[in-house]
Design a protein around this ligand. Sequence first.
Ligand code: MRU
Length: 366
Amino acid sequence: MKIDEKYYRTIWPIPGAASPKNEAVFKVGIIDQTMLPHQFNVLELHTLQEMALAISNMQVRGAPLIGAAAAYGFALAVQSDASDQYLRNAAQTLLNTRPTAVNLHWAIKRMQKCIDALPVADRRDAAWREAALICEEDVQINRAIGQHGMKLIEAEFSKSKKNTFNILTHCNAGWLATVDWGTALSPIYTAHDAGMPIHVWVDETRPRNQGASLTAWELGKHGIPHTVISDNAGGHLMQHGQVDMVLVGADRVTSTGDVCNKIGTYLKALAAFDNHVPFYAAVPSPTIDWTIKDGLKDIEIEMRHADEVSYISGLTDDGQIKSIRLTPHHSHAINPAFDVTPSHLVTGIITERGVTLPNQLSGLFN
Ligand code: MRU
């Protein structure tokens, strides 16, 4: 997508000076998402450890981007030491960064499969090629989700007989959460670009505020009308007919269509169900975990630091980004980062292969 007329992806390889053996050396560029929307900073990462830290600190985040970042983290590891032992440890380092988004596991497995059978000398080029391919595929998948999702929006819009179609989204499932286009926001960009009058309700998404800081920023840069709301406002808006569709992304989806996404998604699904508002999840195939059936039992929910709840960060009037305490010093806080929306609350799942009922996902892919 474009930022101020310059085209960006969220992650990209940067050629560096050749090694003493005259091999090509790369570093990896990322957008530091912890500074948005107040500062747009690009970081250059040189090592596996730097990439692992960027993932766990959420400088890169969002399930598909976590997968792409893990792929490039693995390529950085191969670049420094392509031995089996080192790469086994490297894979574990990356796997330890964040537990819930299955894209991370998927990407590492794919990178390992790609280099495992190769002699050590051939691994470096193969790893950079595979990571780039994972990124290209992510873009194509999200583009296709945009096309399928747009048709769905079109159909719901013509049923609604309204002048504006109001979509509520939670967290950030836009281009910042992927390599490009986004998952849940891809149909929104596509429909907007096709001339449909879309307005987006953006859940702020406490505690990390990916909605207020990232989704609002992205939509604004693309000129899409949107309004940021507190996480608690969605149910009220649905009761008053102001939401025509809920459209979210996912971090892991079971083979049976349970949707694990950012904490608070489940409450939106409940409110949507009660108000007959269609609830869709946009899900690229690497986000589907075909090995599990029961989202509540089988998905590890990341527990993040309680300080993300006890503190909030923002821009002061004199232009500094500061973190301030919200809660009393003695109050304990906990911070589960994701929840699971059971498939019976999900109207449909939008994938790169088309739209399906949640319990018929496998029919699209098998
Ligand atoms: O903790 P985050 O910011 O990585 O969580 C991101 C989400 O939950 C997104 O909604 C999800 O990854 C959808 S993917 C485009």
